[in-house]
Write a protein of this length. Sequence first.
Length: 315
Amino acid sequence: MALDISTAGLADFLAAHASLLARLHAEAGAGRWGVSCHELAQALHRSAAQRFAGQPPSGDALAAYLEKLHLPDLALACALRQGSAAAWEEFVASYRPVLYSAARAVVGSAGEARARELADSLYAELYGLDRAGGQRHRPLLDYFHGRSKLATWLRAVLAQRHVDSLRAAHHTESLDESLAPIRPAASAPTADPDRARLLPRLRQAVSGALAAVPPADRLLLSLYYLQELTLAQMARLQGVHEATISRQLDRIRRELRQTVEQALAAGRASENGQAAQPGLTAAEMQLCFAYALEDWSFDLGGTLSGAARAEREET
């Protein structure tokens, strides 16, 4: 049974969690944008319904989920949907540089003009408008649920739009021009096929990168991410300064990122009956990392333990 997203379901949600919703409204700073507690609660309700479809959570699990959302970003998205001029000015000032930077990374050699065109084309879509200002589709802002930062979500959307445009161009070029008059209009997808395609590739790349990490570095990762020791506690264990541990972790993360990106870009040749995997584009890698920041579960403990066990067996 899915979480009830009807009007009655919203009313029950408001009644059951009134105190929590009031606290989250304050933490989000939603009043700054003129977003009421009821309006933010609607966004929180939509987010929970999207996250827990088919699995109604208990009250505690629902509260834990809502508290971990990026509440100020969700409040800003609510204000943007309502047409707040102040929110729009804040959005342009804070996120236009983010979009331009992400677009440059996505389009690569296509150049600055193409990057700005891609980034600027997103503004109308946030409100569901075409470039002429007419209503065309459901606003993209309706799909922001606060599980990732707004900047991360925007980068993922931008990368997806670039991938879509490349696919459309390739598809159009491959069709005989005589078919153009009868080509059906594309329908909106009901799911994101790239998530199912890309996350296994990312899991494979991360697992391979972790397997190659030296034992000393694996120990630091285990202490920090699995045993959740502080930098100060790790420094005492290692007999070094806290800043040294911080620098070591930064280096390990940087090297892991580089190794993962290289593996994703290289792909894999056909071997042992497995089909070859082509390398991913920069846009597809952006999507990989954006998905990972949302609801991706990765067994870091099992992977690190498996790497250590394999190393012992080899020796």
